[in-house]
Design a binder for this molecule. Sequence first.
Ligand SMILES: [Fe+2]
Length: 164
Amino acid sequence: MYHIKDEIRHSKLFITLAELAFPQLSNEPFISETRSNLFSLNESDATKHAKPLSHNEIIDHLVQMNLGEIRTRIHISMIAPIIVAFTPEINRSKVKALLAALVDDETSHIAYTAKHLERFANTIGVQKIKELFVRRLRDLHQYTILETEAAVNEYAPEMKTALH
Ligand SMILES: [Fe+2]
């Protein structure tokens, strides 16, 4: 619940970041449309699934979350200087503070998923988790290529060979 609330808050923060960095977009309909289409959570509607996940499923989810959080953390580091550079001077301190808060949150998501994995490693063994990390890192790599290939083709075709 703590994590999902953070991620819901982040989705709203990214809209705020876009508005601060590009104030000329604030009145564009896609900004309000995007904001109203964001996932929201009514905590009282959230119920535990009747059938609990197996330890293997939980570990697999944690590994994927850990890798995903690391990727997000890296993405923020890569894009932060660009966002700040585009932000009008008057909004820069706010934007820097929001980006720093996002980095802190992502770092805590990396840490807490790693802490749970550490606990599982003590019971099911390090080797099994290592193998899962390698497999899921490969999956994430392929997924990232799929997600970014269209943009690379359009904006940096000379980088295409670097993807594979
Ligand atoms: Fe996160």
